[in-house]
Design a protein around this ligand. Structure first.
Ligand code: CAA
Length: 262
């Protein structure tokens, strides 16, 4: 598929490589239009299905990861349009079905839908110039792609309310303190540091990564007892894998494991 709003490429030198998706509407600060979200979904699906890929990175430019849903596209939309066309639900939810780890590499603005897309990813690495916010209140709307749900789970009610009600932006340092981002790195090193994570994941067993992701996500969907039960059963299941024998055997033999992803 030829993309017009994103760029895809494959990087890294680990056995499983990293699929990079760069949001590319620089003149609109990567505003998340319908065509862009269709392409993002297609690219995520393609990398998820590609057996040579171990993890996926979503990134933007140095100035903007994404400045939100495309306001010029939404300004004329009415209720029947968004309702009938499943606005947001139709093409923003692809990330939820991706089974490989997805890393958001965020520089500059991650606002509104941009912050929400970053939060849909499994971990966020922020450049030191990153700014996160849910400024929809200024437009007379509310966050509509998970901001009111994922933000409090990430940073707690106090900061989520502050950000969504006042539109205050959080810089990278505060976002790391609050638990929204996993790591903060200098802007100039963002791609290098994220690719280092990609290479690290690319040396592990892919089904193991997928199971860890499923288990951690379960923590947000179920009571503790159900989550623990799910984790334990998954843990047991992995004793039926070749990669468990290989990983433990390699440790005891003091060598690098050669995972077969089975
Ligand atoms: N939609 C459409 N176009 C956007 C945009 C958006 N979300 N954000 C920026 N742009 C466009 C601007 O209109 C401008 O276009 P022109 O050059 O044609 O005028 C261009 O990108 C550059 O933007 P600015 O001139 O505003 O750049 P700045 O550096 O002065 O300000 C900014 C940067 C603070 C991010 C500012 O652009 C801004 O506030 N953007 C809107 C942020 C926002 O409200 N996001 C939420 C959108 S709603 C949403 O996301 C709903 C949801 O939950 C799904």
């Amino acid at each position: 598929m030829a993309y017009e709003n994103i760029i895809t490429d494959v990087r890294g030198d680990a056995p499983l490589r990293t699929g990079w998706i760069t949001l590319n509407r620089p003149k609109a600060l990567n505003a998340l239009s319908d065509p862009l979200m269709d392409e993002l979904g297609a690219a995520l699906k393609a990398f998820d299905a590609d057996a040579s890929i171990g993890c996926i990175v979503v990134t933007g430019s140095e100035k903007a990861f994404a400045a939100g849903a495309d306001i010029s596209q939404m300004v004329t939309m009415d209720f029947m349009h968004v309702y009938k066309n499943e606005h947001i639900s139709r093409n923003w939810e692809h990330m939820r079905s991706v089974r490989k780890p997805v890393i958001a590499a965020v520089a500059g603005f991650a606002l509104g839908g941009g912050c929400e897309v970053a939060m849909m990813c499994d971990l966020i690495v922020a450049a030191d110039n990153a700014k996160f916010g849910q400024p929809e209140v200024k437009l007379g709307i509310l966050p509509g792609a998970g901001g009111t749900q994922r933000l409090p789970r990430a940073v707690g009610k106090a900061k989520a309310m502050d950000m969504a009600l006042t539109a205050r932006m959080m810089d990278a340092a505060e976002a790391e303190r609050a638990g929204l981002v996993s790591r903060v790195v200098p802007l100039a090193d963002l791609h290098k540091e994220v690719q280092a994570i990609g290479d690290q994941l690319g040396r592990y067993s892919l089904p193991t990564l997928m199971a860890i992701k499923e288990c951690v996500n379960r923590a947000f969907e179920s009571p503790l007892s159900d989550g623990l039960w799910f984790e334990r059963r998954m843990f047991h299941a992995f004793f039926g894998t070749a990669d468990q024998k290989e990983g433990m055997g390699a440790f005891l033999e003091k060598r690098t494991p050669a995972f077969t992803h089975g």
